[in-house]
Ligand binder design. Sequence first.
Ligand code: SF4
Length: 199
Amino acid sequence: MNMELSRRHFLKGAGAGLAGTTVGAFGFGDIEAAYAASIRPFKLANLTETRNTCPYCSVACGIVMYSKGDLKKGEKADIVHIEGDADHPTNRGTLCPKGSALLDFVHSETRLKYPMIRKPGSNKFERATWDVALDRIARLMKDDRDQNFIAKNNDGTTVNRWVTTGFLAASATTNETAFITYKAVRSAGMLVFDNQARV
Ligand code: SF4
């Protein structure tokens, strides 16, 4: 039997528990078991916890996402609760209002979940696979760099600039990922490089 744990119920339950314990001492142990069974279990007790990073800003707070449904059993996982990760060194369990509203972000009907491509001349975006999207991005970057790379300026000084393509990095990455991204972008000669946190 489930019950709402109001103050009245709590006091009533505590009284019943005391009585149950006393009665149990006289050999009525089933009363305590029945009382324990009547207490509503914690809402998050049987959910799967997944740690992640808030995607909004460069603070990159740690979050814990709670989901129902066991993927290992072929069930569909559904995120039902998100809260700050108390073990995360950045936020110690706290979240700002944006982070606190992450559940709505996750379930938003307009959230982008896969690559979309708008073909030349088309007025609509179409879904693409990650392989198609990544191959297309690599092809377009290579072609653009080959056509527009500036090895030397008008004075003959080596500059190795590529200014016709820009790169937008994520702010919620690790230091190591940010370092590698920076090196890849700059070593290609790209000057237009900004971060999600500034947009
Ligand atoms: S919870 Fe707020 S402060 Fe933390 S990363 Fe998300 S948006 Fe930034």
